[in-house]
Ligand binder design. Structure first.
Ligand code: SAM
Length: 274
């Protein structure tokens, strides 16, 4: 698993170069992007395309090659493979087949953003891209918001303002940072409260690639809005029996589980009458 730059080519490590140069083939998401990277460093290798579309067909072939002793280097378009990118299932199946899996660590946009956000890093939760549909996004935000940790999310510029506005409403007054175009010419880190950032991006969608980092609530139990508790309860109840759903949200928020159980019943009755 070979990490590649998220912008600045100077971030390709000497060990990544050596691994790519010695691999029998490079497995990549997009042969044009990875072909151009290899070409830039004077490396010529057979490329095998492994993306969400081709993975089910290609994976057994890759496992067969690995079993036969081939050394394959997996890269993604940018950053660390298998982090919101293809790779996890291939790694899992390689382990199951007794094939050694090694990492060549390096850039990763979520970790790079977290490192310069100036928000607590002792406990964080990476949730990738939230669903684009508003109601599904709000349900997930509310469920994540009930967990007292720093959240690390990916988002497109065109949806950033909506994400920040929903987060400001559902998560309350938390500090956050928008990290844009990291390691590139227009690298930017903008910090503020969720509502300040939502206002700052309301009228102009920023260009480029973005990571959003949302700090934990300062006082975990007090800062969670009632709407977020309701959404977290409904989200948990969609997966779990009501008692367990109430206990899960109670554990995450410090609320009383019996009170949350009663509240969940009322919420469900109210929804049934709608
Ligand atoms: N596996 C990758 C990694 O470790 O960085 C992440 C893959 S994910 C599909 C790609 C997303 O990461 C982009 O849509 C953007 O949200 C974020 N991203 C990638 N490069 C970035 C950069 N230079 N600056 C800010 N965000 C970046």
């Amino acid at each position: 698993m070979v990490a590649t730059p998220i912008g600045n080519l100077g971030d390709l490590s000497p060990r990544a170069l050596e691994t790519l140069a010695h691999a029998d083939a490079v497995v990549c998401e997009d042969s044009r992007i990875s072909g151009a990277l290899l070409h830039r460093f004077g490396i010529e290798k057979p490329l095998v395309v492994y993306n969400d579309h081709s993975a089910p067909r290609v994976r057994p072939q890759l496992i067969k090659k690995l079993r036969e002793g081939a050394a394959l280097a997996l890269v993604s378009d940018a950053g660390t493979p298998s982090i919101s990118d293809p790779g996890y299932r291939l790694v899992k199946e390689a382990h199951e087949a007794g094939i050694p899996v090694r990492c060549v660590p390096g850039p990763s946009a979520p970790i790079a953003a977290l490192s310069i956000a100036g928000l607590p890093t002792d406990r964080f939760l990476f949730a990738g891209f939230l669903p684009p549909r508003r109601d599904a996004r709000r349900r997930e935000l509310a469920a994540l918001g009930a967990i007292p940790v720093t959240l690390v999310l990916l988002e497109r510029g065109s949806r950033l303002a909506d994400l920040l506005a929903d987060a400001a409403e559902l998560l309350g007054p938390r500090m956050a940072a928008v990290a844009r175009e990291l390691t590139k010419l227009h690298e930017e880190i903008r910090r503020g409260s969720l509502s300040e950032l939502a206002a700052a991006y309301r009228d102009t969608a920023p260009r480029g690639e973005i990571v959003v980092v949302i700090g934990p609530p300062e006082k975990p139990t007090a800062d969670i809005s009632e709407a977020a508790i309701d959404a977290a309860l409904l989200e948990a109840a969609a997966r779990l029996p009501p008692g367990r759903a109430a206990r899960e949200v109670a554990a995450a928020t410090g609320r009383n589980p019996e009170e949350l159980y009663r509240r969940l019943k009322q919420l469900r009755e109210a929804h049934a009458q709608e």
